[in-house]
Design a protein. Structure first.
Length: 79
């Protein structure tokens, strides 16, 4: 290997490290999904008990939160 090839390899390695740091990690996505789930669960409970004429709205919000939690569950075990 000559000097140019070595410098090229070093430059490629540095570029790979920079791009990997910029990408969002799976743990970060899981944390965001968990926060959204908790928000949906709390909002759904409040809607369910505050608005008794239309409890379906509260259950729908809780259902959306459960979908987020299921997505987080799969991310946890697949990655």
């Amino acid at each position: 290997m000559n000097r140019e090839e070595i410098e090229k390899l070093i430059e490629e390695t540095v570029n790979k490290e920079r791009t990997s740091k910029k990408s969002i990690s799976v743990d970060r996505i899981r944390n965001i999904l968990n926060i959204l789930f908790l928000f949906c669960a709390l909002t759904g409970l409040i809607l369910y008990f505050i608005w008794p004429d239309n409890r379906l709205a509260g259950m729908a919000v809780i259902g959306v939160g459960m979908c987020l939690k299921i997505a987080e569950f799969f991310l946890r075990f697949l990655f």
